[in-house]
Design a protein around this ligand. Structure first.
Ligand SMILES: Nc1ncnc2c1ncn2[C@@H]1O[C@H](COP(=O)(O)OP(=O)(O)OP(=O)(O)O)[C@@H](O)[C@H]1O
Ligand SMILES: [Mg+2]
Length: 303
C-alpha cells in the first residue's frame, strides 16, 4: 500500500458517513450511468483505460465507482497501488456491507473490488439476489458513473456486463487479431440484444490518431453492413511510454503524468463519452438496481 493511503478500516467509517448523508439527499433518484469496458483480445489496455477514465471523469466533477469485474486476476488494485481487504464476495455472503467493501482511490473515485463475487452473484437464488441488489443500490447515492473493468476474452460473464450496462466501451488495438476479436464481441452483443446496444469504440496503442480513426472506420463499416449496428467512435489513445512507467509506479498515468499524450487522449475520450450521454435520452431502467438486475439475469450468457 502506498505511504499515506488510509487503511481500509479507516475508510469504512468515512464512507459510511458519505453514503448515509448522500442517501438522504439523493433518495429516489436513479441517474447513475453504467459503462462497461470490454475487449475481445486480452492485454489491449482495458484496465488502464478504465482506471484512467475514472480519474478523468472524477477530474471533471463526476462521482465514479469503479467495479473491478475481472473474474480472474484483480487488475485495478495493481494499477492503483492498493490491496483491498474485501471484495464483492464478502457482500454476497452477507459478511460485509457495501461501505466496508468500497475503497477510496485518488480523486475521490471509489473502487468496488469484484473478483469471485461476480460469479457468486449469478449463483444466488432470486430472493438473495434481490436483497443484495437492494444493498448495492446505495451506490446510487455516491456515484454518477459506475465504470466496470472486465476480464479478457469472450467469456460469457464478461459479455453479460456489456449487455447489462447502459453503455459499452469496446477497446481494440490496431493489431488484426485484436480487431477481429473486438468484432467478435460486437457480433455476440448484437445477437444477444437484437442489435439494441450502445457500444462506443476506443482504439488503444495506436501510432497516430489517424491510424486510430482508420481502425475504427473498418469496424464501423463491418458492424453497419453485417450487424445493422451503428458504433460511435470515442477516440484513440496513442502508444505512450508514460503508461508503462505509471504501471510500474502503481499509479494511474492520468495522475502520474497528467500532461502526457495518453492522459490528454483519455481526457478527450472522457469528454466525448460525457457528451454522448448528454445527447442520449436516458433509457428506462437506468440506475444501479436495474443494472445489477440485468446483470444477474444475463450472467451465463453465451453458454
Ligand atoms: N496506450 C498505451 N501505451 C503504452 N502501453 C500501454 C498502453 N495501454 C496499455 N499499455 C500496456 O499494455 C499492458 C496491458 O494493459 P492492461 O493491463 O490495461 O490491459 P487489459 O486489457 O486490462 O489486460 P487483461 O485482458 O489481461 O485484463 C500494460 O502493461 C500497459 O502498460
Ligand atoms: Mg485488465
Amino acid at each position: 500500500m502506498r505511504e499515506g493511503t488510509p487503511t481500509v478500516h479507516d475508510q469504512a467509517g468515512e464512507l459510511r458517513r458519505i453514503v448515509q448523508t448522500r442517501r438522504k439527499i439523493i433518495k429516489g433518484l436513479s441517474g447513475l450511468r453504467s459503462i462497461a469496458v470490454l475487449s475481445g483480445k486480452g492485454g489491449v489496455g482495458k484496465s488502464n483505460i478504465a482506471v484512467n477514465l475514472a480519474m478523468a471523469f472524477a477530474s471533471s466533477g463526476k462521482r465514479v465507482v469503479l467495479l473491478d469485474a475481472d473474474l480472474g486476476m484483480a487488475n485495478v488494485d495493481l494499477l492503483c497501488g492498493i490491496s483491498p481487504k474485501y471484495t464483492l464476495a464478502h457482500l454476497v455472503k452477507g459478511q460485509r456491507t457495501v461501505e466496508d467493501v468500497l475503497v477510496s482511490l485518488e480523486n475521490g473515485v471509489l473502487l468496488l473490488p469484484g473478483g469471485p463475487g461476480v460469479q457468486e452473484l449469478a449463483e444466488l437464488d432470486d430472493d438473495a439476489q434481490s436483497l443484495l441488489i437492494d444493498k448495492l443500490s446505495v451506490l446510487e447515492g455516491v456515484a454518477d458513473i459506475l465504470l466496470i473493468d472486465t476480464g479478457a476474452g469472450i467469456h460469457k460473464n464478461t459479455l453479460s456486463f456489456g449487455v447489462a450496462a447502459d453503455m459499452t466501451v469496446l477497446i481494440t488495438t490496431p493489431e488484426p487479431t485484436s480487431i477481429r476479436d473486438a468484432y467478435g464481441v460486437l457480433k455476440t452483443l448484437a445477437i444477444n440484444t437484437g442489435s439494441k446496444i450502445d457500444v462506443t469504440l476506443v482504439v488503444n496503442m495506436a501510432a497516430s490518431h489517424s491510424e486510430g480513426r482508420e481502425v475504427a472506420e473498418r469496424i464501423q463499416m463491418a458492424a453497419n453492413q453485417f450487424l445493422s449496428l451503428s458504433v460511435p467512435f470515442g477516440g484513440t489513445v496513442l502508444l505512450d511510454e508514460s503508461v508503462g512507467k505509471a504501471v510500474r509506479m502503481r499509479t494511474p498515468f492520468f495522475l502520474a503524468s497528467p500532461s502526457c499524450q495518453a492522459s490528454m487522449d483519455i481526457a478527450e475520450i472522457a469528454a466525448n463519452l460525457a457528451s454522448m450521454d448528454d445527447e442520449t435520452e436516458p433509457p428506462t431502467g437506468r440506475g444501479v438496481k436495474s443494472f445489477f438486475f440485468r446483470l444477474a439475469r444475463n450472467l451465463g450468457l453465451g453458454g
